[in-house]
Design a protein around this ligand. Structure first.
Ligand code: ZN
Length: 96
């Protein structure tokens, strides 16, 4: 039973890793869409408003560029770079 548990635990980790990579790929295309659709707005004080993608979500998020933080669940709960932060980076003339 212990062996089975270990095996399953390992599988879970591998699955988790590939899922994160997939999320990263999606983050990039979502970020490009945010910029393309002009959903990134400069507040002029180092923070940015990220307007919702129509038909995709309804929440508006706020990115603090200096703090590299975002109010979305993805960033606040996992501490990972979200599509909103990537979108602001592209918006500011950087790359993904
Ligand atoms: Zn975010």
């Amino acid at each position: 039973m212990a062996t089975l548990m270990n095996f399953m635990g390992k599988e879970e980790v591998i699955h988790y890793d590939s899922k994160i990579q997939e999320l990263h790929g999606n983050q990039g295309s979502k970020a490009r869409k945010l910029v393309r659709d002009k959903l990134v707005q400069d507040n002029g004080d180092g923070t940015y408003r990220i307007l919702p993608i129509q038909g995709y979500n309804v929440s508006e998020y706020r990115v603090d560029w200096m703090a590299q933080s975002c109010t979305c669940q993805y960033n606040t709960t996992k501490g990972l770079v979200c599509s909103h932060l990537i979108a602001v980076r592209i918006f500011r003339g950087g790359t993904e």
